[in-house]
Every structure is written in C-alpha cells, then in structure tokens.
Design a protein around this ligand. Structure first.
Ligand code: SF4
Ligand code: SF4
Length: 405
C-alpha cells in the first residue's frame, strides 16, 4: 500500500480508503412484515473490510445513514479482534437530523456504541451545503465538536460537502478544519468544490478526502468507445484504474474513498493504489483521460455544464442540481429509483420546507413557475422549464424515465 500526507496531521493515510456506503447486501424475509428486504451481508462485508486492512488500508469511512444505520454496526464488528487499532475510524454526524445542541451528544454517543469504540479518529459534519451550514452555526456544532475533542471522544474535526465552490470556500474559511471530504473525479473536475476547492483547502493544510472517484461507478461502465480508448492507451489500465490514477496523481489529494461492494473490487483497487504516485501521469496519459471524459460526456442526456449562469432562480429552484439528479438517474436507470428519490428529497426542498427556511435554500423542480427568466442566461440553450417539468415528473411523481427519454 502507498501512504500519503494527511494534510497537516501527524499521520500518513493509505492512498485508498474503505468507504462503507455500498457494502454487499443480501435479501432476507422480514418476519414482522412478512416481506423481503435488503440487509448487509455481514459475514462477506466483514471479510472484505478485514481483507482491505490486511492489505494496508488504514482509513475506514462510514456514516449514521449508510445502509439505514447498519453500516456503522457492521464496521464496529469488522474492527473487533485487533482491527480497530490498525485504522483511522471515521463517521459522520447526520447534520440534517440535528434539532438542538443536545442532539449532537446523543448521536455521537450512539455512534460510538454502534462502532464499539471509545473514540473516533475523524468526525465529519455530514453533507454540508448552504442550508446545513446554517444548521451548523445555529446549533454551535463546531463548538460541540471541540468539546467532544477535549473529552477525547474524537480526534479530528471535518465536514463532507455537497454544494458549489462559493459555499465551500465560505465553510473552509469559517474554521480551522482538519479534514474536508469532497466529490471529485476526472469526468467533471469543476463540479461542486471541484479542483479549485481542492487546491484552496489543501493550500491551508486541510487533509482532502475524495469521494465518488468513479462517479458512483459510472466511470467503470464499459462501452465500445471507452474500451477502444483504453486499448490504444500507452499503458494497460482498467477504466477504474484510469479514474483513480487521475486523483492520486495530484499532491493535494490525501485519500481516495471507494465504496466497495465485492471482494474483487477491493483487490483491484488495492492493486491500483499500490501502483499510484504523485505526478506520475505523463502528457499521453492525460490525453487518454481527456478522451475518456469526452466519450462519457456523450452519455449525458441534458448537456448542463453546471456553470450556474442561470442562477439564482427567483423562485429558489436549484436549476443545475435538479438537472444533475435527472442526468445521473437516467444514467443509472430505474433500478436505482429508490436511492435517487431519497437523494432528491434530501437535498432539494419543496414549497413547505422552503417556507420554513424563509425562502432560502435549494428548491426542487416543482417550484418552477415557468417565468422563463433563466432561459436566456443558459449558454447551452437548455429549455430549463421543460427539463424541470420532467425532473419533477420522474423524481417527484414517480413517472418512468422511458415516458420522456
Ligand atoms: S423558469 Fe423556472 S427555473 Fe427558470 S427562473 Fe423561472 S421559475 Fe426559475
Ligand atoms: S446555465 Fe445552463 S448549463 Fe449552466 S447551470 Fe444553468 S442549466 Fe446548466
């Protein structure tokens, strides 16, 4: 395993981190409802996590919400028998569930119990964006983090992030964070915090954790054009390896998280990490990545570049986010409906929720009143109100993708 600098912290982190949000699952019969349901395949998951640690992975990332709360329990079991001492353990406070300062203590206590540990190496405020940053300030969550650190319950403080660069910089400048976790991959290096956010935060000595390196698996989906590109490449690499090496090539990246659900994925990713190093990609390698980016772009249904020129919408619709969710859902397909509806409902507010927030926040597609103000601002000439109607129908009203595309 290769190890990298963890920002200004005094320990080194494995290039590959184990993300525990997509652990292997199996179907069981729920006796109380007499219906089948998906649960984590514990034995397989524990074996996979331990295998990764045996190969040198020393960063284990989970969260209160992953697998409906089961991920933390499984990680707690995986880290028994001496494995806890071998890793830095990270979980996240579900910031959107915090309704008072005291909730912080309640969640942290429960999470430590679930993880069967006395302390967390890193505790992250989960999914910060404009709205949840307000929650952080309102309930003094950074002070609560510091109190927990003084008590020895957590060692390092950070946040994970989903919003634009402006909000990211605001949050970075708000506090002397140890760690920040952002979504970043070669497909869209300017999405959310993006490469600018990465460099900005890393420049302040903050350890940068990368999530969605394979864009939720999309960058490993094989199709003939992508296969042709990697066949002609100067070095033989898999689609996943190209995406991972793009990240490890950058000195600002500390650890790349991969949400692994099969043992073969752990084996492949460990091998990739073993072959990684900073500034190792040559001009020809970067050309391959650029060609792959172009090839995958053709599979994006709505050509939104996330430039945000259309923003703000007078009716609080977060136009690029809504389009992004639609594009992503079309790419993944109906099999992922439950997951996408949940993400859509969590990040984007409906009319009632927005009213509660005094009209501030990222609104969902149903709020569009078709005023047309955004239309002339879009450099891609996207018919935004028409697209938003489809977003609302598909993600808000359960219409099928095939009804529209
Ligand atoms: S058309 Fe819809 S999305 Fe565009 S500015 Fe008007 S309300 Fe906002
Ligand atoms: S202006 Fe157009 S391309 Fe830019 S974010 Fe808005 S919809 Fe997307």
């Amino acid at each position: 395993m290769k190890y990298r600098k963890m920002g200004n912290l005094d320990w080194e982190v494995s290039a590959l981190g184990f993300g525990c949000m997509r652990l292997p699952t199996k179907t069981i019969l729920d006796k109380s409802s007499n219906q089948s349901k998906q649960v984590v395949d514990r034995e397989y998951a524990i074996n996979m996590i331990r295998y990764g640690i045996d190969q040198g992975i020393n960063y284990i990332d989970t969260a209160w919400t992953y697998h409906d709360g089961e991920s933390e329990l499984v990680v707690g079991d995986a880290l028994k028998e001496g494995y806890r001492e071998k890793v830095k353990l990270v979980t996240k406070l579900p910031t959107w569930l915090i309704k008072s300062e005291g909730d912080f203590d309640v969640f942290l206590k429960k999470q430590l119990e679930k993880l069967k540990t006395n302390y967390l190496d890193v505790y992250l405020l989960h999914s910060l964006g404009k709205d949840l940053f307000e929650t952080v300030k309102k309930f003094n969550l950074v002070n609560k983090m510091e109190e927990a650190r003084k008590k020895g319950l957590i060692k390092h403080i950070g946040f994970s992030f989903h919003d634009n660069l402006k909000v990211f910089k605001e949050i970075i400048d708000f506090y002397d964070w140890d760690v920040a976790q952002i979504q970043y991959n070669y497909f869209d290096p300017d999405y959310q915090a993006g490469v600018k956010g990465l460099k900005y935060a890393a420049g302040k000595g903050i350890a940068m954790i990368i999530m969605e390196p394979l864009w939720g698996g999309k960058l490993t989906q094989s199709f003939s054009e992508a296969e042709d590109i990697i066949k002609k490449a100067p070095i033989k690499r898999s689609l996943a390896d190209w995406a991972l090496q793009f990240l490890w090539n950058q000195p600002e990246v500390s650890v790349v998280l991969s949400g692994m659900g099969e043992l073969w994925q752990v084996k492949e990713n460990v091998e990739s990490a073993n072959n990684s190093s900073i500034r190792s990609l040559k001009k020809d390698d970067m050309k391959v990545i650029s060609e792959l980016r172009k090839a995958y772009s053709k599979y994006i249904t709505i050509p939104c570049t996330n430039c945000e020129y259309c923003m703000p919408c007078p009716n609080s619709v977060d136009i690029p986010q809504n389009i992004r969710f639609l594009n992503d859902f079309i790419w993944f397909g109906e099999g992922e409906r439950e997951r996408f509806e949940s993400i859509y409902g969590k990040f984007l507010k409906n009319k009632e929720e927005l009213e509660e927030l005094g009209g501030k926040g990222a609104g969902n597609a149903s709020l569009c009143i078709e005023c047309g103000e955004c239309l002339e601002k879009c450099p891609q000439n996207i018919q935004i109100p028409e697209v938003l109607k489809k977003v609302d129908a598909i993600l808000g009203k359960k219409r099928k993708i095939s009804d529209f595309f």
